[in-house]
Design a protein around this ligand. Structure first.
Ligand code: ADP
Ligand code: MG
Length: 321
C-alpha cells in the first residue's frame, strides 16, 4: 500500500523501539523477527481477526478498536495460563489515514505497555478494515489449562460477571437504553475487556480445564464438554450479573445474555472437589473474583437448570456462519 513503509516506521517501529521487549533479538523492520525463548518455557500461540462491521461497529474509534483487538487476544493467553510476551499485527486498511493510524497506535501501545507485550512485526495491506493480531506467550511445561481436563464431579466457575458483552452491544447499537453510569461501564466492558491474566496465574495450578468466554457460556462450555468427554449442568440462578445488567430490568433477557450473549472474555474453568477449598480461600481473601455456576456430570451436553428445574433458551450461542 502507498506510503506503507513510512507509516509503519512512524506509528509502529518507532513507537515499539521505546518499549521494553524481552527476548527480541531483532524486531520490526527486517524480513522476520528473531526471538529468544526464555530457557525451559513453552510457547503458547493464538491468532484472532476482527472485521469492521462484524466484530466492532464501522464507526468505532481507532484507539478503541486497537484496545479491543489486543485485549481479546490477550484473553486467549489468560485462558491457557500463559504469560504475554510478543505479538504481530496484520492490518488491512481502506486508506492510509494518518490520523486513524495515530489513534490506533496510541490505543495499541497503551495496552501493550499495560500487559508487557511487545510488537515484533506484521503486515499492512489495503482493503476493508480488518485487524489480525497473533499473540505469543510463555508457559511452564505441563501447566497449560487445556479444554480436555475436566472430570465428572468438578465444579464449574466463571470470573466476574456474564452478560455484559451482549448488553454493551445492545446499548452501543441503540437497541436498548440505560442510565449514564451503566452505559459508561458497559462501553468499557465492550471496548476494553480486561484479560484475566491475574486470575489465570492464580488458578493455573488448581483448574482441570479452562477457556475464555467469547461466543457465550453455553457454547463455550460445550467445547470443554466435547474435549473432556463429559456433560455439564449450569445452575442458572447462580450466574453472576453486573449491577448494570441487573438495572436494565429485564431478568429473562439478562439470563439469555449471560448464557449465550458472547463477548464477555471472562474465564470459565473447572476445579476438582479436592482443590475447591484452595479456590474458595482465594475467593474469600478477595484475591479471586469467581463464582461457582455448576458441575461437570456424566453425558456430553451442557444442560441449564433453574433451581433444579430444566431451563431452556431460544438461542444458545453466536454462530459465525
Ligand atoms: P515484507 O514484504 O518482507 O513482508 P513488509 O513491507 O510487509 O515486508 O514489512 C516490513 C517490516 O515491517 C517487517 O519487519 C514487518 O514485520 C513490519 N510490519 C509491516 N506491517 C506492520 C504492522 N502493521 N505492524 C507491525 N509491523 C509491521
Ligand atoms: Mg509483508
Amino acid at each position: 500500500m502507498p506510503g506503507e513503509f513510512q507509516l509503519i516506521q512512524q506509528f509502529f517501529q518507532r513507537e515499539q523501539a521505546e518499549q521494553p521487549a524481552e527476548g527480541v533479538l531483532l524486531g520490526i523492520g527486517d524480513d522476520c523477527a528473531l526471538l529468544q525463548m526464555p530457557i525451559g518455557k513453552q510457547l503458547a500461540v493464538s491468532v484472532d481477526t476482527l472485521v469492521a462491521g462484524v466484530h466492532f461497529p464501522l464507526d468505532a474509534d481507532a484507539e478503541l478498536i486497537a484496545e479491543r483487538a489486543l485485549r481479546t487476544n490477550l484473553s486467549d493467553l489468560a485462558a491457557m495460563g500463559a504469560d504475554p510476551l510478543w505479538f504481530t499485527l496484520a492490518l488491512t486498511l481502506p486508506e492510509a489515514n494518518e490520523e486513524w493510524l495515530r489513534n490506533f497506535s496510541r490505543g495499541l501501545f497503551a495496552c501493550a505497555r499495560e500487559y508487557k507485550i511487545a510488537l515484533i512485526g506484521g503486515d499492512t495491506t489495503s482493503g476493508p478494515l480488518t485487524i489480525t493480531i497473533q499473540v505469543m506467550g510463555t508457559i511452564a511445561p505441563g501447566t497449560a489449562m487445556r479444554r480436555d481436563g475436566a472430570n465428572i464431579g468438578d465444579f464449574i466457575l466463571v470470573t466476574y460477571n456474564l452478560g455484559d458483552g451482549a448488553a454493551a452491544l445492545a446499548v452501543i447499537q441503540d437497541r436498548i437504553y440505560c442510565d449514564e453510569s451503566s452505559a459508561g461501564y458497559l462501553h468499557e466492558r465492550f471496548y476494553r475487556p480486561v484479560p484475566r491474566l491475574q486470575e489465570s496465574a492464580l488458578i493455573r495450578g488448581l483448574a482441570t480445564a479452562a477457556l475464555d468466554i467469547s461466543d457465550g457460556l453455553v457454547a463455550d462450555l460445550q467445547h470443554i464438554c466435547d474435549a473432556s468427554d463429559v456433560g455439564a449442568i449450569i445452575d442458572v440462578e447462580n450466574l453472576p450479573l453486573s449491577s448494570a445488567v441487573q438495572s436494565l430490568n429485564n431478568p429473562t433477557q439478562a439470563l439469555e445474555w449471560a448464557l449465550s450473549g458472547g463477548d464477555d472474555y471472562e474465564l470459565c474453568f473447572t476445579v476438582a472437589p479436592e482443590k475447591m477449598a484452595d479456590v474458595a480461600m482465594l475467593i474469600a481473601q478477595g484475591k479471586l473474583n469467581a463464582t461457582v455456576i455448576g458441575e461437570i456430570v456424566p453425558g456430553n451436553k451442557v444442560i441449564c437448570e433453574y433451581e433444579g428445574e430444566p431451563f431452556t433458551l431460544a438461542n444458545t450461542g453466536y454462530q459465525h456462519f
